[in-house]
Design a protein around this ligand. Structure first.
Ligand code: GTP
Ligand code: ZN
Length: 404
């Protein structure tokens, strides 16, 4: 290697950083720009996190979009690009988003805004989108993930949810005080009106790839652990970190460049398998006796373990997924629970030595067969579901019946 010319990327002697952008503009096959969605309740620390990233970050030029609108906010500040050479953020021409809420009109305005932003491509290589009041990240995620127009230039890297350690339990418990709750409930598919309400906090937690429990300084160790346990019981897949002033330990690969929607890896499922042991029948029984847990039990993570599949069973597996995700019906079972899937990840070894990887957000899913790559430990297939009304024995029974 010609070490005189090659400058390691992470060195940040400012005058030595190579300008990567002109080279990228010469290349017609510009690589896709990752977008990370930062969501979370009002005041949880989203802006603090973005500022932290912008000042700590040195290898990337990051475009930041805030979709919070108010007279107090200087428009120039709403769209800034961090300069890889300095820690200074520079405004770039501003593209307005929908009026404060990206989920309602994301198709029309949000997508247009981001496409517009993409015309300035080359000035940044990463996008952070802060979404205050985004009630339901499930609506927006598949757009970046699959939309042909956007999908050709941007990919969804991950959803980061910030929660306020001091207030999140209250937000989870007091669904009834959440002005969005009734509306969310209707969106959630016309439930019978007797179940507990889903809060915005529940939805933001259930869709997250990373959950930052911020404001750790405002609670005791025990309270913090209670919060982490509660969040883990809702989302068994996400990484959870506790912070003060949103100062995460690591950005690269932890918060940025997650590739959470590219492919499923073993590591993605590790928390879920741990979480599974929390859901054993005995602790469930006990959990049922405490009211605070009863609420979250309607939204939880389950892991279904089942034997590896024959290639002929892949179609049946796909049909099971379609029935579950598109028709919200469990095939081949007499018990028909009312449920809703927010996230789904699966890793299914096949008898031919390949591995089937499945990934889904709401009713959008994709399934890929990866050649080879099995390890001797692949004696079980695993399907992890996060959502409302999930009961492992019932789902497992249906899956096994559908596969037979
Ligand atoms: N004590 C304490 N305060 C914090 C912490 N993180 C952020 N704050 C403060 O909490 C307030 C809200 O932080 P922001 O980063 O603006 O929160 P946000 O989620 O962007 O808020 P909105 O955009 O209004 O929803 C600010 O006054 C921060 O200084 C923390 O870890 N501990
Ligand atoms: Zn903010």
């Amino acid at each position: 290697m010609d070490s005189d010319d090659e400058i390691p990327e992470l060195i940040h002697q400012e005058d030595q950083i190579p300008d990567l952008i002109p080279a990228a503009q010469d290349d017609p096959s510009l690589s896709k720009v990752p977008i990370t969605i930062v969501t979370g309740y009002l005041g949880a620390g989203k802006t603090t996190l973005l500022n932290y990233i912008l000042t700590e970050q040195h290898g990337k030029k990051i475009a930041v979009i805030l979709n919070e609108f108010g007279d107090s906010i200087d428009i120039e500040k709403q769209l800034t690009v961090s300069d890889a050479n300095t820690t200074e953020a520079k405004p770039i021409p501003f593209v307005p988003l929908a009026n404060g809420c990206i989920c309602c009109s994301v198709k029309d305005v949000g997508v247009a805004a981001i496409e517009n932003l993409m015309e300035q491509r080359g000035k940044f290589d990463y996008i952070l989108l802060e979404t205050t009041g985004l009630a339901d990240p499930g609506n927006i995620a598949p757009l970046f993930w699959l939309d042909d127009g956007l999908g050709s230039s941007i990919f969804l890297d991950g959803i980061v949810t910030l929660v306020d350690a001091k207030n999140v339990i209250k937000s989870l418990d007091e669904g009834f005080g959440d002005e969005n709750a009734t509306e969310l409930k209707e969106q959630a598919g016309g439930h019978d009106g007797h179940g507990p309400l889903l809060t915005t906090a529940h939805l933001q937690i259930s869709h997250a790839d990373v959950i930052i429990v911020n404001k750790a300084d405002l609670v005791s160790e025990e309270e913090l652990q209670t919060v982490v346990d509660r969040i883990r019981s809702i989302n068994g897949l996400a990484r959870i970190e506790t912070t003060t002033r949103s100062r995460v330990k690591q950005l690269e690969g932890w918060l940025l460049d997650l590739h959470a929607y590219d492919h499923v890896q073993d590591a993605d499922l590790q928390f879920a398998s741990k979480g599974h042991s929390h859901l054993d029948p005995v602790s469930r029984l006990f959990a049922n006796t405490t009211s605070s847990l009863t609420i979250d039990q309607t939204i939880s993570t389950i892991t279904i373990n089942f034997p590896p599949l024959e290639t002929e069973q892949v179609d049946k597996f796909d049909q099971f997924l379609r029935s579950m995700l598109w028709e919200e019906t469990l095939p081949a079972t007499s018990t028909q629970p009312s449920f809703e899937i927010h996230r789904l990840k699966g890793r299914v070894p096949l008898h031919n030595g390949n591995i089937l990887l499945v990934q889904g957000v709401r009713n959008v899913y994709e399934m890929n067969e990866q050649k080879g790559g099995q390890s001797p430990a692949d004696d079980q297939a695993k399907l992890v579901l996060i959502g409302r009304g999930l009961d492992e024995p019932i789902f497992r029974e249906s899956l096994l019946a559908a596969l037979s």
